[in-house]
Design a protein. Structure first.
Length: 161
């Protein structure tokens, strides 16, 4: 009986170990669909409905290129965000007030993790994506909320007409 229990536990342990892996995503694994979120500046976009792609570069000089973007209300935009720097950067879309508030929280709690469909965290030398539908006209902002980056000027404007 003891042998049967030990064999069963060993089998469970080996199975669990065989399927365990780190947090890195596999290239061939299908990503889960993003959470549907609606805000004052739009909503999670459907990747199959993208009608405009905008590439942005982020640098260690605390800049986004371009730093001003124009879109039309109703457009679903794919932002391809490339980190050309040596440190982590992110792009977060929001209202000016929300970004300032969130930036202050990040300074107070730098290890805080956050992930929303209007954010892309990008490691050095990598690229990330945001797919977003701008459903309302207005002027909104985007920025890098890594402590010190936003206050250092790493931000831009999105004008939705």
């Amino acid at each position: 009986m003891k042998r049967l229990i030990i064999a069963g536990l060993a089998s469970l342990f080996m199975t669990g170990t065989a399927f365990a892996h780190g947090e890195e995503k596999h290239d061939d694994a299908k990503a889960e669909p993003p959470e549907m979120v609606e805000t004052q500046f739009g909503k999670t976009g459907d990747p199959d409905a993208v009608n405009k792609t905008i590439e942005l570069a982020m640098s260690d000089e605390l800049t986004f290129t371009p730093n001003q973007i124009n879109v039309k209300a109703g457009q679903t935009v794919r932002f391809v965000v490339k980190n050309e720097g040596e440190v982590l950067h992110e792009m977060v879309i929001g209202s000016a007030e929300e970004l300032v508030k969130h930036s202050k929280l990040m300074e107070e709690f730098p290890e805080m993790e956050h992930e929303e469909p209007y954010m892309a965290h990008v490691k050095p030398g990598k690229a990330g994506e945001i797919v977003w539908t701008f459903s309302k006209a207005g002027t909104f902002e985007f920025g890098c909320l890594i402590p010190g980056h936003f206050d250092g000027g790493m931000k831009g404007t999105i004008v939705v007409q």
